[in-house]
Design a protein around this ligand. Structure first.
Ligand SMILES: Cc1cc2nc3c(=O)[nH]c(=O)nc-3n(C[C@H](O)[C@H](O)[C@H](O)COP(=O)(O)O)c2cc1C
Length: 437
């Protein structure tokens, strides 16, 4: 999670003797609609209500019929200090609150635990009880915390449902790996209540973010250029800076597509990740993801690939017979996108990794590629940028070069995305002013 000035969690919780709280947090003053599914983790939903209320949120809860086998509406309503909702055909509630109002009154909907069954019903647009009717009619961000046996989680049907729900814009947190109630071990444990609330705060923050509505396309990591089925040409890019930028853009409300070469990093939350290997695959994925308002090209794309990719492993033929590797030039992704006649993002940002004459090369690269900004960094081995957590960059635009002090890659990401958001805002207001003239 990037360290965003407005997403730092300040909790000032004072628990008084009579167990009432005053709190300040990002959900403070917000309304959470909690949908409780019928899984064994439903007991944690009680803890979730308490923690949400500690953070200053109002919580209303809907229980599925199955959920009521695990926790009682009485316990839920006692902790919420609100009626717990269970029935779709409850005339009083349909007049006074109703399934539409339940979502309209909320700032965010959290499903915890999100059972395999609930996910399946949502993925198929069913509305056969109060919970799914509310969810289908929802006009608010939905965060699901799946919880189920690991084999249910791995089941191809669940995978299909998840992919569909992700494409529909649902947010997810967890599940984690660990011991299960059924005495098995695997991925399927519901995220902890604090993690679920942190994720909800991230979503609420993004909803109010300056990049809301913008599509940000980012490339990251190295590319692997195959020589034969087992060997490839690669480089030392870790992808950390690109992943941090993707997380920062998502935290500011952008819809983010991250096209990533092979890296050992967990995908950032709320980002669409497209995994690729070679430069040519990366270009294809980038072009397929257009249009975008901002394109940020941090990937260390291999300049060359093996001219002939061998279908079989190249055999060792003896000392004197080392094979010759002929290289062919790879497509220049940054230049290709920056010079597109159609669907060129209004802001194209390239990254330059140099080991000498950084300013000079960055200025030349800006002109040669046709991009708007270059973020240049010194990747000499002694600086430790490649693979490290810190970065010292220089932002080169047509107006000049600006050196930034050394900072964490997440801070570089945040600063860069704030600048990009300001650029977009100015561009949009400039266009609006021109249109009004
Ligand atoms: C003891 C027990 C534990 C269960 N735990 C889970 C679970 O953790 N996750 C899950 O997806 N289903 C679980 N189920 C199955 C669900 O209860 C069942 O699919 C139910 O139809 C879910 O309904 P709902 O999605 O409307 O809440 C469990 C069932 C039983 C009997």
């Amino acid at each position: 999670m990037p360290r965003l000035a407005n997403s730092v969690h300040h909790y000032d919780i004072r628990v008084s003797d009579n167990d009432h709280w005053t709190a300040t947090g990002l959900v403070n003053g917000k309304s959470i609609l909690l949908i409780i599914g019928g899984g064994i983790a439903a007991y944690k939903s009680l803890e979730l209500i308490r923690r949400a209320r500690e953070r200053g949120a109002r919580v209303r809860a809907v229980l599925t019929p199955a959920a009521q086998q695990f926790v009682t509406p009485l316990a839920v309503s006692t902790l919420c200090e609100e009626k717990a909702f269970t029935e779709l055909f409850d005339l009083k509630d349909e007049t006074e609150i109703g399934h539409i109002r339940l979502s309209r009154d909320a700032d965010i909907i959290i499903i915890a635990p999100a059972t395999a069954n609930l996910l399946a019903r949502m993925a198929n647009g069913l509305a056969d009880d109060l919970a799914t009717s509310v969810l289908l009619a929802a006009n608010k961000p939905i965060l699901a915390a799946p919880a189920m046996n690991w084999q249910m989680w791995e089941n191809p049907a669940t995978r299909r449902n998840l992919a569909r729900l992700r494409a529909d814009g649902l947010h997810f947190t967890g599940p984690a790996e660990g011991a299960m109630a059924c005495n098995e071990w695997g991925v399927g444990r519901m995220a902890e209540p604090a993690e679920i609330l942190d994720a909800a705060e991230g979503i609420l923050n993004a909803e109010a973010g300056p990049l809301k509505g913008a599509h940000v396309l980012i490339t990251a990591g190295p590319t692997h250029e195959p020589i034969d089925p087992v060997r490839y040409i690669a480089n030392r890019s870790s992808g950390k800076q690109g992943y941090a930028i993707a997380a920062a853009a998502a935290a500011l409300g952008a819809r983010v597509t991250l096209v990533s070469g092979p890296v050992a990093l967990a995908p950032p939350a709320n980002v669409r990740l497209v995994r690729v290997e070679s430069a040519r695959q990366m270009l294809e994925a980038v072009e397929a993801a257009l249009p975008a308002e901002i394109g940020i090209f941090t990937a260390a794309v291999a300049d060359w690939r093996a001219a002939d990719e061998h279908a079989q492993k190249i055999k060792k033929l003896g000392k004197a017979k080392a094979p010759t590797l002929t290289l062919a030039e790879n497509p220049d992704i940054l230049r290709t996108v920056a010079r597109r006649a159609s669907q060129r993002p209004p802001l194209v940002i390239g990254f330059a990794a140099e080991t000498e004459n950084i300013v000079d090369y960055a200025k030349k690269k800006l002109a040669a590629k046709g991009c708007d900004w270059i973020v240049a960094n010194d990747v000499s081995a002694e600086i430790g940028v490649m693979g490290g957590d810190d970065n010292q960059v220089l932002l080169v635009t047509n107006d000049g070069a600006e050196g930034w002090p050394a900072m964490g890659k997440d801070e570089v990401a945040e600063k860069l995305m704030q600048r990009a958001a300001a650029f977009l805002r100015d561009k949009r207001s400039g266009l609006a002013a021109a249109a009004a003239e």
